[in-house]
Every structure is written in C-alpha cells, then in structure tokens.
Design a protein around this ligand. Structure first.
Ligand SMILES: Nc1nc2c(ncn2[C@@H]2O[C@H](COP(=O)(O)OP(=O)(O)O)[C@@H](O)[C@H]2O)c(=O)[nH]1
Ligand SMILES: [Mg+2]
Length: 309
C-alpha cells in the first residue's frame, strides 16, 4: 500500500516514471489503485483529446508524429497513447509506432506510450479512458489516442475524443463503402493520407460527394483534408480543420455534452469492471450459476447483495 501512496505522491510532483508506472498498473491490475485513483484527478478535465483511427498502415503514427511537432511549435505539451487491440507488446505495430515518433523521445513535454487492449474485443477497454484521464491530470495540453479502426469500433474512439480523425488512403478502396454503411459518419475530420500517391484526388472528390450533405449527430459536417506525411504537406490545413471543429463545438455547446457523455460511459465501464472483479473474488455465485445450482435471475439478486454489502 505504501508503495502506491509514494507513486501517487510522485505523480502529483509530475514525475514521468510515476506516470509511466501508473499506466502499467492501469493496464495489468487496475484494482490495485482503483480506490485511490480519484485522488490523482482534480475534478476538471483540461486536455484537448484528439482521436486518430484508421486501418493498419494508413499512416496514423506518421501523422501523429507531425502533429506533435506542430503542437510543440505552438508551445503545447502533448501526450500520446497508441492502442493496439491485436498484437502482443512485442508486436510489430508497437515497434512501428515508436520508430515513427522517435524524434520526440527526448522532449520532456512529449509523452508517448503504447498500450495493448487486453480484452481484444476491438472496442476500447477501460484502460484507454483511464490512461487518458491520467494524462489529463498530469497536465498535457493535447492528448492524442491512436487506435486501429476496423469498421464499427471506430465509433468508440470518436466518443472518447473531442475531435475524431479518420485516416484513409488511396490504397484502401473500401473506405467509402464503410462510410456508406453508416459506420463512420461520426468522424469529425477525414484525413486522406498518402496524397503523394495516385488516386488521392479521386478519393478526395468521392468523399466530398458522399459527405457533402452529411451531418453527424450534433450537426457537424466532417471536414476532408488531404495530407502527405512523407512530403509533410497538408499538416497546417489539418491543424486549421481541428481548430474549426473546436470552435464549432464551443459555439454549439457540444463540448460539455461530449464530456458529460464520456463521464457516463466511464462510469459504466467502471461498474462493469468492479462487478466482475467482485464476483470473481466471491467465487461461489459464479460457480453456482455455472453448475446450474442457481438460475441466472436468482444469481443477480445474490450478486447485488454481495456487491452492496
Ligand atoms: N507514400 C506515403 N507513405 C506513407 C505516408 N504516410 C505514411 N506512409 C507509410 O505508410 C507506412 C505505415 O505508416 P504508419 O504511420 O506506421 O501507419 P499506422 O499503422 O497507421 O500507424 C509506413 O511505411 C509509412 O512510411 C504518406 O503520406 N505517403
Ligand atoms: Mg501506428
């Protein structure tokens, strides 16, 4: 217990090792700090959260690398979390992320961290929003979250972000189909990366045509931006687009709405986590249901008693 207290103290002093260590605990055994986690947060959320999703290889990490540089020029500090739902920690994607963002490794106002999503269900697990809260409490001006988007799961990251970026490339022909299927209309900005490649202009026009009249759930029309990270082109346009979206949210009171929804969503994730953990520790109810000793409905009643004890 003392070790945890020391960790919390160090975190409050903005010790990077403590930050890093706390993220590892969030990833592996959050229950160890669950009861004290709120002590780390000061109640307000100040960071601006940018979600970046898209297919593997779309150029998300390369893009984030350039965005970090752009934000640093504005004097802003940046925290990055790269979530990989598939590979293990030793996997290639993590290595790729790290190499792509290496140029910022020595900057003390930049923090980059890869996280596995243990649940492996694709959607974002509890650990991602927790890590975001932690980076916020640490005091980063900007937080970027990279996730691998495969269709529907993208929506999760858009809910977690203030501004959600969907990165597509001329090579992936199915992106328009996904948009048509209605999965991705919640993206705030569509980044057409690899604009140096053939077909980027055609894709840009196609997206303009498909999304020209589309408004998302709070009335915003996604902005479409062409970028080439290898040529370092389009980044200032992207920053400008993020600014336009931010202003729209401020003018239409979307900001508060998003934050309230995020609190509710984190509450549900925490409840789910806590219930499962408590029942696993108790043991008997789960065993009784499995063996047919009690039916699931009776199980709920018994579980509520245990949880509310
Ligand atoms: N031609 C071209 N290649 C790019 C561009 N951006 C990224 N790439 C390449 O695409 C590959 C995947 O990039 P990465 O940033 O790791 O993609 P991620 O998996 O989405 O994070 C790398 O080989 C990059 O060099 C671009 O604008 N143009
Ligand atoms: Mg990546």
């Amino acid at each position: 217990m003392e070790e945890i207290d020391k960790l919390l103290e160090d975190f409050k002093k903005r010790d990077r090792r403590a930050l890093s260590r706390l993220i590892t605990i969030i990833e592996n055994n959050f229950y160890k700090i669950q009861k004290k986690f709120y002590l780390l947060l000061d109640g307000t959320q100040k960071s601006y959260i940018i979600g970046v999703t898209g297919a593997p290889g779309a150029g998300k990490s390369s893009l984030i690398n350039l965005l970090i540089s752009a934000f640093r020029k504005e004097g802003k500090s940046v925290g990055v979390i790269a979530v990989d739902p598939t590979s293990h920690r030793t996997g290639g994607a993590f290595l790729g992320d790290r190499i792509r963002m290496q140029s910022h490794a020595l900057d003390k106002d930049v923090f980059i961290r890869s996280m596995g999503s243990r649940e492996g269900k694709g959607g974002l697990s509890l650990s991602t929003p927790l890590a975001v809260r932690l980076l916020d409490a640490y005091g980063f001006d900007i937080i970027m979250v990279e996730t691998v988007g495969i269709g529907q799961e993208d929506i999760e990251i858009f809910k977690l972000s203030d501004t959600g970026l969907l990165v597509v490339t001329p090579e992936s022909g199915d992106d328009i189909q996904l948009i048509k299927a209605g999965n991705l209309e919640e993206a705030d900005i569509i980044v057409i990366n690899k604009a140096d490649r053939e077909g980027a202009d055609r894709l840009y026009k196609e997206f303009k045509r498909e999304l020209g009249n589309v408004k998302n759930s709070y009335g915003f029309s996604p902005i479409i931006v062409k970028v080439s990270t290898v040529k370092k082109e389009g980044i200032s346009e992207l920053i400008e687009a993020i600014d336009i979206h931010k202003r729209f949210m401020e003018d239409n009171r979307v900001f508060e709405k998003k934050r309230r929804e995020r609190n509710l969503s984190l509450f549900y994730l925490l409840m789910d986590y806590t219930i499962r953990k408590t029942l696993r520790e108790e043991g008997i109810i789960l065993k009784d249901i499995e063996s047919g000793n009690i039916d699931p409905f009776t199980g709920v009643k018994k579980a509520m008693n245990v949880i509310c004890e």
